[in-house]
Design a protein around this ligand. Sequence first.
Ligand code: ADP
Length: 306
Amino acid sequence: MKEIKIFAPATVANLSCGFDVLGCCLDSVGDEMTIRKNDLKKVRITKISGQDLPMETDKNVAGVAVLSLLDHLNENQGFDIEIDKRIKPGSGIGSSAASSAGAVFAVNKLLGEPLKHKELVQFAMKGEFLASGNAHADNVAPALLGGFNLVRSYEPLEIVSLPTPHELRMVVLHPLIEIKTRDSRAIIKQNVSLKKAINQWGNLAAFVSALYTEDYALMGRSLKDEIVEPVRSILIPFFEELEKISSEQGALGFGISGSGPSVFAMCKGDEVAAEVYKSFKKFYSSKEIEFDIHVSEINKTGVKIL
Ligand code: ADP
């Protein structure tokens, strides 16, 4: 195989009580990428459409992730990477993660799959380091593996893949405003009261349990973030109003996607998701802020070959 075309999915990280450790993969939003072998022993970004992003290999997350994979494999095969970018950078739904994960997935395939998908996470994380200065895994792990993934530990890296209840749907609203990841990190308090910590780990444990038992009501009760959301939500226009609409329309839970500005409503079934979608759209259309909105199933496999 000389060439491969793939779908690189968007992801929702920082899932409420799972701040910095829990993420899931979306199905209907993502980039397309074409990766082909070249005879130049060089990794090149040869085309980017959809967004204005760096073409230099060492400044593009896809290039950086592939270079670190090739270095690990001691491999001098060259590759040309084309990115059709449909996930806007800085949206909070893993734009950089999609490129990093998609690129290492494709290169691994073209090399005859020397590594398992889980082993690719560490190389995709190099792209995340370039994008945000922090090699986090809660977007790249779900992008590569699909479904819900928990980062139990970074040293050593341990990713726990969790089950995906089949009726879950995500409605994601992206207000087209800019929030710098650095700024949304800077306002987080560094100390947490014991009371809040107890509530948070109780909720996270319950949410994980609910994924296994498909207990949607328990998912709804536990999808809460008492630590980061109260501080960060002030950066997102009409956060409280959207949360109210989401609950009125019967969503299980509502929160900030990644470091924002996107927000998500987790829903049981297509009908509730359609109602939430309609109501969010109606509400935000009356405001002066442009937005994108998506409804998606949870993608169970991650990056896909097209
Ligand atoms: P997101 O959370 O949506 O990934 P970030 O703001 O964390 O958004 O990352 C986007 C940053 O990464 C931008 O500065 C962008 O220029 C840089 N970047 C480099 N290569 C890519 C790429 N292939 N896709 C997306 N962003 C990239």
